[in-house]
Design a protein around this ligand. Structure first.
Ligand code: NAD
Ligand code: UFG
Length: 336
């Protein structure tokens, strides 16, 4: 199929591009590079063995999207493009609604007028808000805790209304838990600008010596070792989940929702230990106050994706930590 990846130069989109190309699909990337680097395109070429068309542009530019959909005879869209920093969304909510919600509406207009009515959308476990029970299944009530989460929920609602208005739409929301790790080549991975917000990229920066220690946000949660528990999923498993969802929606009109996680919770201390063991490094720690808005535990029930998508995460936390470090080391050298 001819597939447009909005935000395909970013962390998750670039890994999905590799998996989709390996499965024989034609991938076209559209990205405005507000949170990615142009050099990712050369690195993708090295991995897949041929260049991938990439259009530098913004999803809010409906006319450009219409042209791209026509020129490349796009049949389906994977919609990764979006802003994703929770703290920034609290400071600049309008930017988040404009980019994420406005951008999606612009994309949907272009898709509808070109009769492209199939989409896999990058949603997030953040739409569950504070867990009422664990593991979180797709029927858990949704609730936004911040403008970023609200933008994801608004998009889910818009897509649901759209599919209800026209049975020709085939849409899947993929609610990601905590994606980490990198492609085994070490050529692509997560490389956030500035000081990382997320645990594993932060640990990698400490291991590189760029940051002095990891702040552990609380060791007094009601968890086995007192630190926060999350469901980490290898980005390559996540990318394979996109291929499975793409195949599924071909036969499935309307909207379907899937959690993509490992189904297993790991604590901050466990992640640090595994990272240290895998990479023979030592990560200095300081236990600090809890981070505002954090929940003690969050992990997925993944039965629905297992059954309907015939997909499950197979890579371990060891694989996630090893591949993260492999990418960071390579990338550090590449940037020197
Ligand atoms: P990322 O920032 O690495 O990738 C997003 C890409 O979209 C970037 O390359 C960015 O330049 C591009 N982009 C942003 N706004 C754009 C616009 N208006 N027009 C064109 N391109 C634009 O983020 P990621 O981690 O790869 O996340 C991809 C998607 O998955 C996002 O929608 C994010 O909200 C969602 N998600 C991510 C996580 C996570 O932990 N990484 C968790 C849940 C959901
Ligand atoms: N943590 C630390 N120190 C750090 C960073 C994180 O102790 O420097 C802890 C957190 O308190 C939490 C765990 O590590 O217990 C994971 O934190 P992350 O920031 O890596 O991930 P979150 O689960 O808080 O949030 C991520 C994304 C959200 C998304 C959510 C669910 O950042 O956007 O996963 O998908 F909504």
């Amino acid at each position: 199929m001819n597939i447009l990846l909005t935000g395909g130069a970013g962390y998750i989109g670039s890994h999905a591009a590799v998996v989709l190309c390996a499965a024989g699909h034609n991938v076209v990337i559209l990205d405005n590079f507000c949170n990615s680097q142009h050099s990712v395109l050369d690195r993708l070429t090295k991995i897949v063995g041929k260049p991938m068309p990439c259009i530098e542009g913004d999803i809010r530019d409906t006319l450009l999207l219409e042209k791209v959909l026509k020129d490349y005879k796009i049949e389906t869209v994977m919609h990764f493009a979006g802003l994703k920093a929770v703290g920034e969304s609290v400071q600049n909510p309008l930017d988040y609604f404009d980019n994420n919600v406005g951008g999606t509406i612009s994309l949907l207009h272009a898709m509808r007028s070109n009769n492209v009515k199939s989409m896999v959308f990058s949603s997030s476990a953040t739409v569950y808000g504070m867990p009422n029970y664990l593991p979180l299944d797709e029927a858990h009530p949704t609730q936004a805790k911040n403008p970023y989460g609200r933008s994801k929920l608004h998009i889910e609602e818009i897509l649901t209304d759209l599919a209800a208005s026209d049975p020709a739409w085939h849409i899947s929301f993929l609610r990601y838990f905590n994606p980490v790790g990198a492609h085994e080549s070490g050529l692509i991975g997560e490389d956030p600008n500035g000081i990382p917000n997320n645990l594993v990229p932060y640990i990698a920066q400490v291991a590189l010596g760029r940051l002095p220690h990891l702040n552990v946000y609380g060791d007094d949660y009601p968890t086995a070792d007192g630190s926060g528990v999350r469901d980490y999923i290898h980005v390559m498993d996540l990318a394979e989940g996109h291929l499975a969802a793409l195949n599924y929606i071909q036969q499935q009109p309307g909207v379907c929702v899937f959690n993509l996680g490992s189904g297993k919770g790991s604590s901050v201390f466990e992640v640090v230990k595994v990272f240290e063991n895998e990479n023979a490094s030592s990560i200095p720690l300081k236990v600090t106050m809890r981070r505002i808005g954090d929940v003690s535990e969050c992990y997925a029930k993944v039965d629905k994706a297992n059954i309907h998508l015939n997909w499950k995460a197979t890579r371990t936390l060891q694989d996630m930590c090893r591949s993260t470090w492999n990418f960071q080391k390579n990338h550090k050298c590449a940037n020197q």
